[in-house]
Design a protein around this ligand. Structure first.
Ligand code: GN1
Ligand code: MG
Length: 363
């Protein structure tokens, strides 16, 4: 790995000399490394972009450049301090093209500045959850007037009708021969009970009742950087920033942060929807997003909280039936465990639908 990374890093306009390159984080899609440099120069994050999943890397980086440029300009206009820690900065190649990625032997790479003294968490308490809600609402508000047209880096990424179709295809092919198992059949029957209702957003969109906005679309709790005091510095992992429904960001955060256990915890009986995290996040989000949310968007936020564990269950299940070709797995039944976990979370959230509606209306 290291000879290769040295060659790749040598193509980017970096400061300082490289001291080490070490794996960073636990994403399921890209490969990420921390690049430590000599004193006085910034450290960097090197990423190999998974181009089997993100097939148009040029569009993806153009989106990210537009988003970070727009947010940076807003922070500057607002006279913010410490801007380098509040928005990501991608490094151009040395060749003068201005391009922020390169392709070497079929692999795509990019480099951004490592944000110092910043922390990510896989779980949050209600205080941090409220800060996170404010930050994702602010992120969407900042991008509400972006002049660039962003592309869909993964077409139909959070389109539930499309995910339902992928599941149908996986069932028809039964590539891994896993469909006949009784517990798989039971899972399928359970999913089918709700799948049509869960496609509500696409119907509202077709009827012209629901807008698409620029959303983050991967608001897992660990995609946010906090400073030592717990204040949010910035939102990271921008590959999936694209036009979507606001439910994406509201729902996906709570899918990870408001689950009592991790998304792949096999102790299914411990899966539970944490209301205190929900309340804090909703309070924070609405404090910065109410400036642009329509009544239909606000009213359907509880649907968004149900949709994301459900959609994730469908995606993990589809991958399981396909023989684990999308998500990285650590053991053979990993996607099955994730499916059960996310479906259990869906049921726990669903049991709280009336309560969530009442709480959102009270804000
Ligand atoms: C993937 O790479 P990571 O872990 O940030 C996935 C998300 C899923 C998530 C489930 C591009 O995100 O949509 O919610 O795994 N990203 C992509 O853990 O598919
Ligand atoms: Mg991530």
């Amino acid at each position: 790995m290291s000879a290769n990374t040295t060659d790749i890093l040598s193509r980017f306009s970096l400061e300082g000399s490289i001291e080490s390159v070490k794996p960073l984080g636990n994403g399921l899609i890209n490969d990420t490394y921390k690049v430590t440099t000599s004193a006085g120069a910034p450290d960097y994050v090197l990423q190999r972009i998974n181009n089997a999943i993100f097939q148009d890397v040029e569009m993806l980086q153009r989106n990210i450049e537009a988003v970070t440029r727009h947010i940076r300009a807003k922070l500057e206009a607002a006279g913010e301090s410490d801007i380098e820690r509040k928005v990501l900065r991608f490094i151009p190649l040395k060749d003068g093209s201005g391009q922020t990625w390169c392709c070497v032997d079929g692999a795509y790479w990019r480099v951004s500045v490592f944000i110092p003294d910043a922390f990510t968490y896989d779980t949050v308490d209600p205080v941090y959850s409220e800060f996170a809600g404010q930050a994702f609402g602010r992120f969407e508000a900042q991008l509400a007037d972006i002049p660039d047209t962003l592309g869909e880096t993964i077409p139909d990424f959070h389109n539930m009708e499309f995910r339902a179709k992928q599941l149908q295809d996986a069932i028809a092919a039964d590539k891994a021969g896993r469909l006949a198992k009784p517990e798989v059949q039971a899972m399928l029957a359970d999913i089918q009970l709700y799948i049509e209702n869960m496609c509500l957003a696409e119907r509202l969109y077709r009827e012209g009742k629901l807008p698409k906005r620029i959303c983050h679309c991967d608001t897992k709790v660990n995609n946010m950087m906090f400073d030592a005091e717990g204040h949010v510095l910035c939102v990271i992992d921008l590959d999936t920033v694209m036009p979507s429904f606001v439910f994406s960001d509201f729902g996906d955060f709570l899918r990870t942060a408001a689950n009592a256990v991790a998304e792949d915890d096999p102790a299914i009986e411990k899966v539970a929807f944490k209301k205190d995290i929900f309340e804090a996040f909703a309070r924070g989000y609405l404090s910065s997003a109410s400036s642009f949310l329509t009544p239909v968007e606000k009213e359907n936020l509880p649907y968004g909280v149900m949709l994301f564990p459900f959609m994730q269950a469908v995606r993990f299940f589809t991958d399981y039936l396909n023989g684990d070709i999308y998500y990285k797995i650590a053991y053979p039944e990993h996607n099955w465990v994730r499916t059960r976990n996310q479906m259990a979370l869906f049921h726990s959230v669903r049991a709280n639908e009336a309560y969530m509606k009442e709480f959102i209306q009270s804000l």
